[in-house]
Design a protein around this ligand. Structure first.
Ligand SMILES: [Ca+2]
Length: 367
């Protein structure tokens, strides 16, 4: 039954994902999940898993590098290592909900869950995408998914850009608390002068969608995560969203204001709070974030949301596969920029996971 429901959830999203559905994100009927004494903590992890492609050529996308004969010599052996290593990172993190970035398709998401994660995450959903390489955002969860929407990023400066949808997922926790999770992968940094404007538009879309969900669900907590390809002080966050300095400021900021949990890490050195290392400049960037917003009831009285952020819990997760250099490594062949050695392209990838570090934060149920 559980597998059938997963398939149904995926099928529903795949068939409806090209346009956001008009259905309410949260149905009004209360959940029937029983309370579980072990689930008072909700750990949310966001992870750009860097090019989780299968080994098959999809003729409709530019995935050709990631085939056994492609530039990345993407063999089953390499892929198997990558799946198991990403699974190990996620399992060791003890996360309950994971926002994933750079997932090629439904089949590879299912392999990650069944092989890498030993089916510990029975609920999953995948966004639509207009990315030329076909990569998508996704979410996996130990808690039931109530509904999901895939928000196209195709207006203003994003029109014709061909980027990843924002995935919105409604989750219901055992105490009935409602969480709306938004998984993002904004356009990459590059020298193209229009990129900041594209990401500012992405920020506006995210802000609007979070606000709309919180307006209709005053008791919900909204959590946005993913790879935003911007630092918190960058223009897209400054102009595209209304961020407050402290979580308590959400009360006065009200609906439409958001707090970046990783603001709590800004006093750390770049190498301590960085999530991605840019080899050409030998510098760290913090591109992966977690933002929260609260419905109007929760803003007036944060306890009414029945779930709240555990202050100080956010951290960049330095998992057991990170080398002693502190710089995370994936399974790509990148030459001087790390990864697999080009001299032996068919070799396995025993330590590779991703060039991004994951970030997690804890929330507490209020019973
Ligand atoms: Ca493929």
């Amino acid at each position: 039954m559980r597998n059938f429901r997963n398939l149904l959830a995926l099928a529903l999203l795949v068939t409806t994902s090209l346009e956001a559905t008009a259905a309410p994100v949260f149905p009004t009927r209360p959940g029937r999940e029983s309370n579980n004494a072990n689930t008072t903590r909700l750990r949310v992890l966001t992870y750009n898993v860097q090019n989780l492609f299968d080994t098959e050529d999809d003729p409709s996308t530019s995935d050709d590098d990631f085939t056994p004969k492609g530039a990345q010599v993407w063999t089953e052996r390499v892929l198997r290592d990558k799946i198991m290593n990403i699974g190990r990172v996620i399992l060791e993190s003890e996360a309950d909900v994971v926002g994933l970035v750079e997932i090629e398709n439904e089949a590879i998401l299912k392999r990650l869950v069944s092989e890498g994660l030993k089916n510990a995450f029975p609920h999953m959903v995948l966004a639509a995408t207009k990315d030329p390489r076909g990569i998508r955002t996704a979410l996996i969860s130990k808690h039931p998914i109530v509904s999901s929407q895939s928000h196209a990023m195709d207006r203003g400066p994003l029109n014709g850009r061909g980027t990843r949808d924002i995935l919105e997922v409604a989750l219901r926790l055992p105490n009935g608390a409602q969480v709306a999770a938004f998984v993002n992968h904004w356009p990459a940094r590059s020298n193209e002068p229009t990129r900041p404007a594209q990401r500012t538009e992405a920020a506006k879309i995210l802000s609007e969608r979070m606000t709309a969900t919180l307006r209709s669900n005053a008791r919900a907590l909204a959590v946005a995560m993913g790879d935003f390809n911007d630092e918190l002080g960058d223009v897209p966050f400054e102009r595209g969203m209304r961020l407050v300095d402290k979580i308590d400021d959400l009360v006065t900021g009200g609906l439409g204001s958001f707090f970046a949990l990783d603001s709590e890490l800004l006093s750390l050195k770049p190498e301590e709070r960085g999530t991605h290392y840019f080899h050409p400049e030998k510098s760290w960037s913090t591109l992966d974030h977690m933002l929260v917003g609260a419905g109007s009831d929760a803003a007036r009285n944060p306890l009414s949301a029945r779930i709240k952020y555990k202050g100080g819990s956010i951290q960049v997760y330095r998992h057991s596969l990170v080398p002693t250099t502190g710089i995370p490594e994936g399974c790509e062949i990148l030459g001087a920029r790390g990864g697999r050695a080009p001299s032996n392209p068919r070799a396995a990838c025993p330590k590779g996971s991703s060039d991004h570090l994951p970030v997690y934060a804890d929330f507490e149920f209020v019973r």
